[in-house]
Ligand binder design. Structure first.
Ligand code: 3HC
Length: 292
């Protein structure tokens, strides 16, 4: 199936970079959010990211201008979905919200459009039932920062059609990614389960006073060669995101071991979400530019 127009739902850290990746790859891309303010902030971040790529000599000025020109921003889901061949939903990690979005997308998007969710926890079978096109629904899970990280997990639910899988895998390749296919839904899929095992052990070591979180991060980088330590990574992903993922996973499994660690809950309740608020495990510069 041929894709020309892409709609990204949600203009947060993931949605805005997924949108930019799509426009850089030549797709006419619309980014939707429910409010004008986050959309304006996303547009500003995207423009400054393009400027910095030009300044680094990674992108020509005409190519940067063309990428920006291929992007539109809207607070109307119906308007954004009307001409979309493929939608990537990157809204908050809450099932009720995602179900409502998928029902609205199903009503507004053309019948041929594929509806994908960037969710890392909720398999698309949870939202496919809110649509009349379950065969055209799957997960397309990007990693933060979405512009840089090569992995995209394409996850099929039992009713996802082969054509949908092939189209989404091919789209990921055209975005410059190295997609991996996950054949069975499982909370966290593959990469987040690996990351979660390390993060949980890091939190345990920290909570037991075995080492400071800074030293645990240093060990992960210098002994294991990880680009970031687990605490730095939590700050990058967002402690709010990690907290909500744990709850969504617990809702799936019912296993108390999947609940967020008390240290994570405490920071979530304080509103210390990491880079995006200027404070998480570490402190960052100006909150508005915290996402590097
Ligand atoms: N957004 C966009 N681009 C960014 C960025 C950001 N937040 N941070 C860095 N970059 C870009 C830089 O601009 C630079 O681009 P250039 O090559 O064109 O100059 C490039 O990435 C490398 O950046 P730096 O040289 O400044 O820094 P590093 O080499 O340390 O790379 C990093 C930064 C890519 C973030 C690296 O530290 C890394 O890979 N960290 C691990 C990230 C990770 O594990 N992500 C997965 C999180 S799990 C997840 O997202 C799943 C979800 O479901 C929760």
């Amino acid at each position: 199936m041929h894709i020309n127009n892409i709609l990204v739902v949600g203009s947060g850290a993931m949605g805005s970079q997924i949108g930019l990746a799509a426009s850089l790859a030549g797709y006419a891309t619309t980014i939707h959010d429910i409010a004008a303010e986050p959309l304006a902030a996303a547009r500003e971040q995207i423009a400054s990211r393009l400027d910095s790529s030009v300044a680094k000599g990674r992108l020509s000025r005409p190519d940067a201008d063309a990428a920006l020109a291929r992007l539109s921003f809207t607070t109307s889901l119906e308007e954004g979905a009307a001409g979309a061949d493929l939608v990537i939903e990157a809204a908050t990690e809450r099932l009720d919200v995602k179900r409502a979005i998928f029902a609205a997308l199903d009503a507004a998007a053309p019948p041929h459009a594929i509806l994908a969710t960037n969710s890392s926890t909720l398999g698309s079978s949870k939202v496919a039932g809110s649509t009349s096109r379950p065969g055209k629904v799957c997960n397309m899970h990007f990693f933060n920062p979405a512009l840089v990280m090569k992995c995209v997990e394409v996850v099929r639910h039992p009713g996802t059609s082969q054509e949908t899988v092939d189209t989404v895998m091919e789209l990921a390749r055209r975005l410059g990614k190295a997609p991996v296919l996950i054949n069975h839904e499982i909370p966290g899929f593959v990469a987040n389960r690996l990351m979660g095992a390390i993060r949980d052990e890091a939190l345990r070591l920290y909570a037991e006073g075995i080492a400071t979180f800074e030293d645990i991060d240093t060990a992960a980088k210098t002994a294991l060669g990880h680009p970031m330590g687990p605490f730095e990574l939590m700050d990058l992903v967002g402690l709010d995101v990690s907290y909500l993922i744990r709850h969504a996973t617990f809702a799936e499994t019912g296993d108390p071991a999947d609940l967020p660690h008390p240290a994570l809950t405490e920071m979530y309740e304080r509103g210390d979400y990491g880079r995006k608020t200027g404070k998480g495990w570490y402190r960052y510069g100006e909150a508005a530019t915290a996402v590097k």
